[in-house]
Ligand binder design. Structure first.
Ligand SMILES: Nc1ncnc2c1ncn2[C@@H]1O[C@H](COP(=O)(O)OP(=O)(O)O)[C@@H](O)[C@H]1O
Ligand SMILES: [Mg+2]
Length: 242
């Protein structure tokens, strides 16, 4: 793997045991004669590389494996087959909907995540930039995150993610739940991060955004990469699915 390659997947497959038969208790398990668990392969033989500074879009229908791919890259899922190599630091993986502690307040989440990702807990610049970017009021930031609307959670998550000066920013459809003002602001921020030479992985259902922002893209269909190449060509293939 060359020095300017940040992410490399070599024939990676991911499978999960799924309980699809409504077995929820030991009694169900005993009275049910068949094994309720099935092993389902979610990602199959995935190979690709992402270079430093590249912005790669990930497109595909619901359930095609996009979030599973991002969670694998972020280290939340370990590939059972194949080899994955990552050469950089991540912004908090909040932007893929993981990482916020719902019992904690907005402020507590900021402190916790900044310290987890190696920024000083009392880094007042980072804290202030999160408050400013999220536009969440002091009252809201004092509330436990479990009382936030999905839009408020997205604001907090995205603002913490970009306050961290990491090499790789991962964005998984978070923009879909924010209001239009916040979506526009997020896209501007993502372009700024890109201009700083950072690497971005961007999942979106809006091919126009992918085409504009991303250099390259992959199209996932049923857990396999059906197309990979310049974002414009991959977006055309995505549009052909519908
Ligand atoms: N932890 C898990 N256990 C079992 N199945 C899972 C798990 N996570 C995802 N899946 C399954 O993997 C498939 C792909 O899901 P996902 O990666 O979320 O798709 P996408 O983000 O493209 O909509 C779905 O069928 C989903 O049910
Ligand atoms: Mg998803």
């Amino acid at each position: 793997m060359s020095n300017d390659t940040l992410i490399s997947f070599d024939n990676v497959s991911i499978s999960f045991w799924q309980n699809n038969m409504g077995v929820h208790s030991i009694k169900d398990l005993i009275t049910n004669r068949k094994n309720p668990f099935v092993n389902k392969t979610i990602l199959k033989n995935i190979s690709f590389e992402v270079k430093r500074g590249e912005c790669m879009g990930i497109l595909g229908r619901n359930g095609s494996g996009k979030s599973t791919l991002l969670r694998t890259i972020a280290g939340l899922i370990k590939p059972q087959v194949g080899k994955m190599t990552i050469n950089g630091t991540f912004a908090p993986i909040l932007a893929i909907g993981a990482g916020l502690e719902l019992e904690l307040s907005g402020y507590e989440n900021m402190h916790l995540l900044l310290s987890l990702y190696g920024k000083a807990r009392k880094n007042t610049n980072a804290i202030q930039s999160i408050i400013d970017f999220s536009e969440l009021s002091d009252e809201v930031l004092r509330m436990p995150a479990k009382r936030y609307s999905s839009g408020m959670l997205a604001r907090l998550a995205f603002s913490i993610s970009v306050a961290n000066d990491a090499d790789i920013l991962i964005i998984d459809e978070v923009l879909a739940v924010g209001d239009q003002g916040f979506q526009t602001k997020c896209m501007e921020k993502i372009y700024q991060v890109k201009a700083e030479g950072k690497t971005i992985l961007f999942v979106s259902h809006f091919p126009d955004d992918v085409m504009r922002l991303c250099d390259t893209a992959i199209l996932l269909e049923n857990g396999t990469i059906s197309y990979r190449g310049p974002s414009k060509l991959v977006c055309e293939q995505y549009n052909n699915l519908f």
